[in-house]
Every structure is written in structure tokens, then in C-alpha cells.
Design a protein around this ligand. Structure first.
Ligand SMILES: Cc1cc2nc3c(=O)[nH]c(=O)nc-3n(C[C@H](O)[C@H](O)[C@H](O)COP(=O)(O)OP(=O)(O)OC[C@H]3O[C@@H](n4cnc5c(N)ncnc54)[C@H](O)[C@@H]3O)c2cc1C
Ligand code: FES
Length: 336
């Protein structure tokens, strides 16, 4: 174990040589800013003041040449070679609600949700505690770097973990997962993420998932509708797909006892042929456009969660800024 000292504070934390600076800090309860955990967003940058680190992924898009010349590193991609001193803007917002742990896990089953979105279940050796809406990292043998996947169950503590993953053509992690034999082992590290259920927020809930962003929205719906006294009157679920065959999620929501009284589901397709008769309740367009049409000015009185491809997330952020929604009511994960 090496010691990492945070410059200008009395804080320090231990980091194993095979851990990353970011994840070791979060395990110690430190509010280290981050988002994706996979080298893409750049939110976990810090400056190395003293000591030696190594990069797990030199080409990670989250770090520019200018960053390198300024001795900046990505917390999620750097491992210590000895004790180190780093400069970091700690933020209470990032203090983990549940410190992440690493555990071996065995692949136990899968089921088809759509033609290219499947649910994968794992049995972990140690129980994982997480809040609805959070994600974990899966380390696959033979795949460079971990992959982030959101849990689809209601938050809680247990050894069984379900993920809902969309197959990416040519993607190394998803191709490994979709062809994985039952019984194979992976390592799971989690939980991570800030887009978890705010249980006390006294506002109607809007959940928006695009494509592979189904799992965290299902988890949030499950968590919200399991609350003893839900502090909201309505929960709106909007799922954005490309084509009719990609539409999903309503069957899982219909299983929740309170969904029938509080829930409203809308599906949106962006790429359906103009002459196709769409399933009942399905709209055409991009998901953020339908969010605007259905909720417009009411958005500023909602607790809003969304997850999906970065383009969708950017369009949602722009819409919510335009609608003057307080950012304290907005929680999201962009899938890189
Ligand atoms: C917070 C978060 C939550 C997510 N949740 C889900 C979900 O619930 N369901 C879902 O289907 N998808 C989810 N994703 C997307 C998922 O993590 C993968 O990006 C996606 O499945 C494609 O993976 P792939 O390996 O098939 O594709 P690839 O193109 O092989 O890999 C893309 C991913 O791998 C990382 N990567 C690539 N090369 C390296 C390397 N050499 N070293 C380290 N990292 C590398 C990239 O940063 C990128 O994240 C989530 C992403 C994030 C950031
Ligand atoms: S959290 Fe490290 S680059 Fe996104």
C-alpha cells in the first residue's frame, strides 16, 4: 500500500499498486470529483506534486497534451509507483454514499430484453451496497480497462447484481459479455455515480433513458416506488429508442405495485419509417424534444434523472438549462 497525501490538507489515503488514485480515494470516503470512471470525461483530473505514477491507458480521451505538460493526471487511470502528493479540489458532493469495494463475481444467467439489449446477472463473493441509479465497473479477463454498467435492481445490499447491457458492434467489453459462458468469473468494483435516488425530494420524478440508459432508470423507478411514503405524486418514464423493436421497459415497470397509480410511460423512436404504425403511446422524434413537449415549464418543479449516449445527455442538459431547472434537481450519467 502507498500513501497519497492531498496537498494543502491533512488528508491522505492508502492506495494499492493495482488500484487507481480515484477509486482508492473514494474507498477512503474522500470527495474526489469524477463522473465516468473510464478515462473519457476528464472530471477526475488532478495535479501530481511529488512522487511517481503510471497511466493505465495512455490514450484516454479525458486528458489532453496540455494537461500532460502541466503534470495533470486522470484519477481513474493512474496507479501509484510509491508514495505521492497530489493537488485536488475536493468536493463534498462526490463523497461516496457507499464506499466502493472490489469483489470477484460469477456470471449466473442472462435474459433477452430486446434483440440487442440483454440483462446479465452476477453472483458476487462479497455483498455490494448501492443506491438506486448507481453503477459498477466490470473487469473482464482479456479486455483492456474496466467497463461501467448501471445496476438495474432497486438499491440495497446483496450479492446478486443485474446489469442491462446493449451490444455494441465491435465493442470488446460487450462482445465478451454477450458470449460469456455461465460460470465465468469477472471482477466487480462499485458502487459509483452521483445519479442516485434522492429519496426525500418532494417533487414529481422524471426518468429519461436513451438506448443503453435503461438500467439506471429502471433501478430508480424500482427504488422510488418501493419507498414507504413516496414524497411525489407522479413518476414519468420516457424511453428513447431508435426503432420500434428497441422499445422496452414497460413490462418491468408494470410489475411494480405502485406504478399503476403513480406511473406514466412514454416511448420515443427517432428512426422509424414514416409509414410505420407505431405501438400505442409511442412518439416520433428525439427524446429531449418529447420531454420538452410533454413537460415544458413543469420541468423546473421536477426531480430529473437521465442516462444514455453523450449526445442525448448534452441535448437534455441544454433543454434543462433553457428551462431554468435548478441543477440541484438534475442527476445524470453520460455513457461514453
Ligand atoms: C457511468 C456509465 C454507465 C454506463 N452504464 C451502461 C449500462 O447500464 N448499459 C450499457 O449497455 N452501457 C453502459 N455504459 C457504456 C459501457 O460502459 C460501455 O462503454 C459500452 O458497453 C461499450 O463497451 P465496449 O467494450 O463494447 O466498447 P469499446 O468501444 O470496446 O469500449 C468503450 C469503452 O471502453 C473504454 N476503453 C476503451 N479502450 C480502453 C483501454 N485501452 N483502457 C481502458 N479503457 C478503455 C472507453 O473509455 C469506453 O468506456 C455506461 C457507461 C458509463 C460511463
Ligand atoms: S472519471 Fe476519469 S475521465 Fe471520467
Amino acid at each position: 500500500m502507498f500513501q497519497i497525501q492531498i496537498e494543502g490538507t491533512t488528508q491522505h489515503f492508502s492506495c494499492a499498486p493495482d488500484d487507481t488514485v480515484l477509486r482508492a480515494a473514494l474507498r477512503a470516503g474522500i470527495g474526489f470529483p469524477y463522473e465516468c470512471n473510464v478515462g473519457s470525461c476528464g472530471n477526475c483530473k488532478f495535479e501530481l506534486i511529488e512522487g511517481e505514477l503510471q497511466n493505465t491507458w495512455n490514450e484516454a480521451p479525458g486528458l489532453s497534451e496540455k494537461d500532460r505538460t502541466k503534470n495533470r493526471w486522470l484519477g481513474c487511470q493512474s496507479q501509484p509507483c510509491g508514495n505521492a502528493r497530489i493537488k485536488l479540489r475536493e468536493m463534498a458532493h462526490y463523497q461516496p454514499v457507499h464506499p466502493p469495494i472490489k469483489t470477484p463475481a460469477r456470471f449466473i444467467s442472462k435474459r433477452e430484453i430486446t434483440h440487442d439489449l440483454h440483462e446479465f446477472s452476477f453472483e458476487c463473493e462479497s455483498p455490494l451496497t448501492f443506491s438506486s441509479g448507481q453503477y459498477a465497473l466490470i473487469h473482464f479477463a482479456g479486455v483492456a480497462g474496466p467497463r461501467a454498467y448501471s445496476m438495474s435492481q432497486e438499491g440495497g445490499s446483496g450479492t446478486r447484481i443485474d446489469f442491462q447491457v446493449r451490444l455494441i458492434p465491435g465493442g470488446s467489453g460487450t462482445n465478451k459479455l454477450f458470449t460469456m459462458p455461465v460460470g465465468e468469473s469477472v471482477q466487480i468494483d462499485g458502487p459509483f455515480g452521483m445519479a442516485y435516488l434522492r429519496e426525500d425530494a418532494p417533487r414529481d420524478i422524471l426518468l429519461v433513458g436513451g438506448g443503453s440508459g435503461l438500467a439506471p432508470m429502471i433501478s430508480l423507478a424500482r427504488g422510488a416506488l418501493a419507498l414507504k411514503t413516496p414524497p411525489f405524486k407522479n413518476i414519468h418514464f420516457i424511453y428513447g429508442a431508435r426503432e420500434s423493436r428497441d422499445i422496452c421497459g414497460l413490462d418491468m415497470l408494470n410489475e411494480l405495485p405502485l406504478w399503476k397509480t403513480l406511473g406514466h410511460y412514454t416511448s420515443v423512436v427517432s428512426n422509424a419509417p414514416a409509414d410505420e404504425v407505431l405501438p400505442e403511446g409511442t412518439q416520433r422524434g428525439f427524446v429531449h424534444e418529447v420531454v420538452q413537449t410533454l413537460h415544458g415549464q413543469a420541468l423546473s418543479n421536477m426531480e430529473i434523472y437521465f442516462a444514455g449516449p453523450a449526445l442525448m445527455a448534452q441535448a437534455m442538459i441544454k433543454l434543462l438549462v433553457d428551462q431554468k431547472v435548478p441543477m440541484s434537481q438534475v442527476h445524470f450519467d453520460q455513457f461514453y
